[in-house]
Every structure is written in structure tokens, then in C-alpha cells.
Design a protein around this ligand. Structure first.
Ligand code: FAD
Length: 445
């Protein structure tokens, strides 16, 4: 056996430890995390704040359970501060002091951090990012203690929108502010417009094309670039994430063009004894192989499997990231996979797009509701580059079908041939995916 050190013990780190142990009973595995908790469910935090998830403990895996199950050593509240590649040592610090530990293999899963703009007059006491359990606890206790009535959510990406839904459920008056001209930049503008209408129906105030200029009034008045002001008892800062790369770059490991850690198909950094995964790394897109930094749980879990296999002598390549993502915002589901118009244009691709407004299932069966689908595809070959879905029911199913179609390299002409199961509660004899396929096929050159 060898000595394997893992930096970061949550999405990627805890998973890679578990995957390694499944294949390798001998090696010593030590996980370092600078926080209090390992293996917590970041993705559940908005729902705990909204009291959909009632028990805080439901988001946490007890450390003892993890140790017993996977026979690992866990050092929480220990921050890894440096890597010495020539002596194969890491340096770390805890409240008790600073220490070293040697490794045979090192795995970096330090994740990303909330990227927070600095704006004049900001007051930490009423402004919160949401990236860690302490962030979640701060928001939760602020709401309990201060009983805010109004909240500004800065950033209309998936964490911002999940917070809107959950804070709205607690009775807060929500204003979303985003400097771009649409919400959910993951999907194209015509699909985002459906989400924007839904937010307005729910009495959420939406301010687009505008950003924070300064704060006054003890952080309760936001002055926007346009000169407008927003009053908010609290602010959620959901302005994106940046990969945690300082350990890697200080050790002269290569970073990619997105600024995240560069790795090969087996998740090795430029030092073959050091692997990296998750929100800290850059991968290539599955379809057009452009550099991508995707901070989502599926890639981290797949990469954990790739690393555990590689350490076990099996060379299974990571094929690339599609960036499949899904979000619930009130009654709507919105999802995307593959490339959107912006990323295709950035990579110099020409493409066609087809959008369909359809229904979740047969109109005469109760509960049928609107469903919108969009595909982006090559105008000659019909190769699918990406898909977007918005709807009230059955949207997640269509996203899964289109994701699978893209991965299987199906073309738009294959979509009408998918024999998707039909009964009135679920679909129509021709599924919306089939109809979209007919529409897109007729547009091929
Ligand atoms: P993390 O899980 O963030 O773990 C990194 C860990 O490394 C942290 O615990 C940190 O303390 C530790 N660390 C960093 N530097 C050091 C150091 N120097 N020394 C020691 N420890 C260190 N993804 C989805 O796919 N679907 C969702 O619905 C979804 N919802 C989300 C909601 C929220 C609010 C957030 C914040 C994220 C969400 N994500 C979601 C993203 C998902 O959680 C991440 O993609 C995933 O956790 C990535 O795993 P990771 O190991 O790269 O990073």
C-alpha cells in the first residue's frame, strides 16, 4: 500500500476516498479539510435555509460513520498551506500549530470559493455568500434573529435563483440583481425569458443589465450603476465562484486557460504524483473539446472514479464535461446540457437552433402544462451541440433524453426515431423530443 493524501473532504475529496477504498484495502488515506465538516451536501443548503430540509444534520455525514465505513484518517480544521514536490510533503496548519506530512500520491479537491465583488459600503453583518456550512448557518441565524422583510439577491445563476425560491417561501420580498441581460446564463436568452416571466408572476423584482455601485445606510441601501436604489434588509451574494488554485500554482503546477488547474485524461496534474478534481480543475467540453471550468457535482464524482481507477492500475479516460445542469425555480424546472449559443460562438462554431413550445403530456389528461425545448446543432450534419429545457412537468425527463442523445452522438434526424414510451399521463404519441427532431431535421442544409 501507499500513502495517499487528499486535500478537501467534500464533493470530490470524500468521494475519491470512498472510491479508492472500494478498490484498495491496503493504502493509508488521509483527508485534510480546513472546515469543520467533511462530506456535506452543499447542494442542499438553500433548502435548509428555506426549511424544506428540516434537519441540519441531514446535510452532514457524521465523521465517525465515514471513518468506520472507509477506514480513512480525517483531519478537519487543518488547512494545507503548501506542497513540496521534491520531498513529497505537504505543509498544513491547525489551531495547534504548523506541521508536515509526506505522501506517495496527493489528490487536490480544494473546490472553488464564492467570488465576491468589493463594493464600497458593504457590511458583512447583513451580506452573505452561500458556499460553506458556516455561510448557511450565518444566513439561517440572521433570518431568525433579525426577521428581515426584504432581500436583494445579487447574481441570477443557479445558487441565486435557488435562494430566491427559498427566501420567498419564508415570506421575504425578493429583488434579483444581475449585470447581464438575462437570468441563468447557462441557457439561451429566449429560454431564460420564460424563467424571467415566471419570476415576475411570483412577484420577484428583477433588475437586469445593472450592477452594484455602492452601499449606504449600514448596508441596507444598494446604489446601482444606473443610479437606481434598492432597499434590502439583507443581501445574498451569488456572483459566481472562482477555482481554488493557489496550492497548485504555488507548487508550479500548470493552470489552464480558464484559470483552473490543468489535468490530463486521468486527472493528473503536470506532476504525475498529484491528481486534481472537482471545482478546482479545468476539463475539456465533451462535444467540441473547448476548455471548460464546470463547478458541478457530477463531474467531481466521475473524476473521483477515474482517479481511483488510475491508482488501481486501470487507465479509464475522462472523456469531457457536458455541463448538464438543472434547477427548480418555483413551479418551473430549467435545465441545460452541452454548449449554448454563447459558448459555440466563442469557439467559432456556426450552428442552427430549433425551439419548440409543446406540452408535458396529452391535453385532455389533467395536469398537462407548457414545455419548451431547444436544440443547437450543426447545420450540415445535424450533430447535436446542446439542449435547453424549461417546463412545469416532465422537463427533467426531456433533458435526460437529450443529454443521452448528445452523449451517444445522435443527430437531430435521430430524435424522431426515439421510441419514447407514451400513455396520456406522461407524454403524447409523438413526444415533444420527437417533434423537435422533425422540426430541426427540416432545417438541415
Ligand atoms: P467542495 O465540495 O467545495 O470541497 C472543497 C473542500 O476543500 C472544502 O470543504 C474546503 O474547505 C476544502 N479546502 C479548500 N482548500 C483547502 C486547503 N488548502 N486545505 C484543506 N482544505 C481545503 N452541484 C450540482 O451538481 N447540483 C446542485 O444542485 C448544486 N448545488 C449547489 C448549491 C450550493 C449552495 C453550492 C455552494 C454548490 C452547489 N453545487 C451543485 C456544486 C457542488 O457542490 C460542487 O460542484 C462540488 O461540491 C465540488 O466538489 P469539490 O470537492 O470540488 O469542492
Amino acid at each position: 500500500g501507499q500513502k495517499i493524501i487528499i486535500v478537501g473532504g467534500v464533493g470530490g475529496g470524500a468521494t475519491v476516498a470512498a472510491q479508492i477504498r472500494r478498490k484498495d484495502k491496503e493504502s493509508q488515506i488521509i483527508i485534510f479539510d480546513k472546515g469543520d465538516h467533511i462530506a456535506f451536501s452543499n447542494c442542499g443548503m438553500p433548502y435548509y435555509i428555506g426549511e424544506v430540509v428540516k434537519e441540519r444534520d441531514d446535510l452532514l455525514v457524521p465523521t465517525d460513520t465515514f471513518i468506520d465505513k472507509y477506514d480513512v484518517t480525517i483531519r478537519t480544521n487543518c488547512e494545507v498551506t503548501g506542497i513540496n514536490r521534491s520531498t513529497k510533503q505537504i505543509h498544513y496548519k491547525s489551531d495547534a500549530g504548523t506541521y508536515e506530512e509526506t505522501y506517495d500520491k496527493l489528490i487536490l479537491s480544494p473546490g472553488a470559493s464564492a467570488s465576491i465583488p468589493t463594493v464600497e459600503g458593504m457590511k458583512e453583518s447583513c451580506m452573505f455568500p452561500l458556499h460553506t456550512i458556516p455561510d448557511m448557518d450565518d444566513i439561517y441565524s440572521y433570518i431568525k434573529k433579525e426577521q428581515p422583510k426584504t432581500v436583494a439577491i445579487v447574481g441570477a445563476g443557479f445558487i441565486g435563483l435557488e435562494m430566491v425560491e427559498n427566501l420567498h417561501a419564508l415570506g421575504l420580498d425578493c429583488t434579483i440583481i444581475d449585470r447581464s441581460d438575462q437570468v441563468m446564463k447557462l441557457v439561451d436568452k429566449n429560454m431564460a425569458a420564460i424563467v424571467e416571466d415566471h419570476l415576475e408572476e411570483k412577484d420577484v423584482t428583477l433588475i437586469l443589465d445593472d450592477g452594484m455601485e455602492s452601499y449606504s445606510d449600514d448596508g441596507k441601501t444598494i446604489h446601482l450603476n444606473s443610479g437606481d436604489t434598492v432597499q434590502a434588509d439583507m443581501t445574498i451574494l451569488a456572483t459566481g465562484v472562482k477555482p481554488n488554485t493557489s496550492l497548485a500554482s504555488d507548487a508550479s503546477l500548470k493552470l489552464g486557460s480558464t484559470g483552473a488547474i490543468a489535468v490530463n485524461d486521468y486527472m493528473q496534474t503536470t506532476d504525475p504524483n498529484i491528481y486534481a478534481l472537482g471545482d478546482a480543475i479545468e476539463t475539456k467540453g465533451l462535444i467540441i473539446e473547448e476548455p471548460r471550468h464546470v463547478a458541478l457535482a457530477w463531474p467531481a464524482h466521475r473524476q473521483a472514479f477515474i482517479i481511483a481507477s488510475h491508482l488501481n492500475g486501470e487507465a479509464i479516460a475522462y472523456k469531457g464535461t457536458m455541463g448538464s445542469a438543472i434547477l427548480k425555480i418555483f413551479d418551473l424546472t430549467v435545465g441545460a446540457t452541452g454548449n449554448n449559443s454563447t459558448s459555440l460562438k466563442q469557439s467559432g462554431y456556426t450552428f442552427k437552433e430549433a425551439t419548440l413550445q409543446s406540452y408535458s403530456h396529452t391535453g385532455y389528461y389533467p395536469g398537462s402544462d407548457k414545455l419548451w425545448l431547444k436544440v443547437l446543432f450543426d447545420e450540415n450534419t445535424g450533430q447535436l451541440y446542446g439542449a435547453h429545457v424549461v417546463g412545469f412537468d416532465g422537463a427533467d425527463k426531456r433533458l435526460a433524453v437529450l443529454t443521452t442523445a448528445i452523449k451517444a452522438k445522435l443527430t437531430v434526424a435521430d430524435l424522431p426515431e426515439l421510441e419514447l414510451a407514451y400513455a396520456p399521463p406522461y407524454s403524447s404519441a409523438k413526444d415533444p423530443v420527437n417533434i423537435l427532431g422533425y422540426k430541426a431535421s427540416s432545417m438541415l442544409d
